[in-house]
Design a protein around this ligand. Structure first.
Ligand SMILES: [Zn+2]
Length: 67
């Protein structure tokens, strides 16, 4: 049941600058807004792709380690 949540977590990572970055291209995601207070919408300019991250996943986003 948690497979989709885990997939979300590996989609992005938290960089040392405090920004959310796209794991696929390592570019910083732009915050677009939130949906119903449950999810945050980010946009990747490099991939031209919207990435939606539920708040319950935000706290478990892996932090980049000295990269
Ligand atoms: Zn990207």
């Amino acid at each position: 049941m948690s497979a989709s949540v885990e997939a979300e977590v590996v989609t992005v990572y938290l960089a040392l600058d405090g920004g959310i970055h796209h794991a696929r291209c390592s570019q910083r995601l732009t915050l677009h807004g939130q949906r119903g207070g449950l999810e945050l919408d980010f946009y990747c300019l490099a991939c031209a792709e919207t990435v939606t991250i539920p708040f319950c996943v935000l706290s478990r986003i892996p932090v980049a380690d000295g990269v």
